[in-house]
Ligand binder design. Sequence first.
Ligand code: SF4
Length: 216
Amino acid sequence: MKVSTIYQKSIRSPTGNETFILKPGSNNKKLGFKVNSKRWKGKKLYSLTLVERDTCPTSCHHWNDCYGNNMPFAHRFSIENLTDKLETELASLNDRHPLGIVIRLHVLGDFYSIDYVNFWEDMLFKYPNLCIFGYTGRETDSDIGTGIYLLNNRFNERCVIRFSRSKEYDHDYLYAAEESFEGASFDCPEQTGKVKSCANCGLCWTTKKTVRFLSH
Ligand code: SF4
């Protein structure tokens, strides 16, 4: 069983030489930068990349064939001093973007502790224009999964973290992402070539239907 990323040299310290650890979506053509979807329109999209497997549950169904295995050049941030650095950057980005920002959590990696979930709760409370979206491999009945569910619930206008492999698409605040789901769902339009980027789509944070991704 593999541990951590297979690209150890790509790991960066949050307090290292990188200017910002929150990367503008313009650095990633799948994400895009200026949000054009009806919900969260006008906000700017940023992303955070952590270290795959170091921060993930071992139950993840992509543990061995993680998306990150094909991303040798992505800069992954370790978790030491992570939240301190994020707090500084969020303050700066909040000043820079009056309509607020959307953060994609996480391009690689996952919510790694309850304290980390609570950190995002504090940030959503502190910055009323902040939105977050993404996916987690945490089990819905784990402590961290329950924390994420409650975060979706408490900030249901600004927080959508989808549970991978969950088929419970119609359960309040339990959004899902699934590769082969047959029920009410939609295929990610970026992957089918119908939209250029998440910023131009926004379905992940707009609908409660399950999103289906192509298997990798
Ligand atoms: S469905 Fe839309 S928002 Fe979700 S990942 Fe695909 S392009 Fe991005």
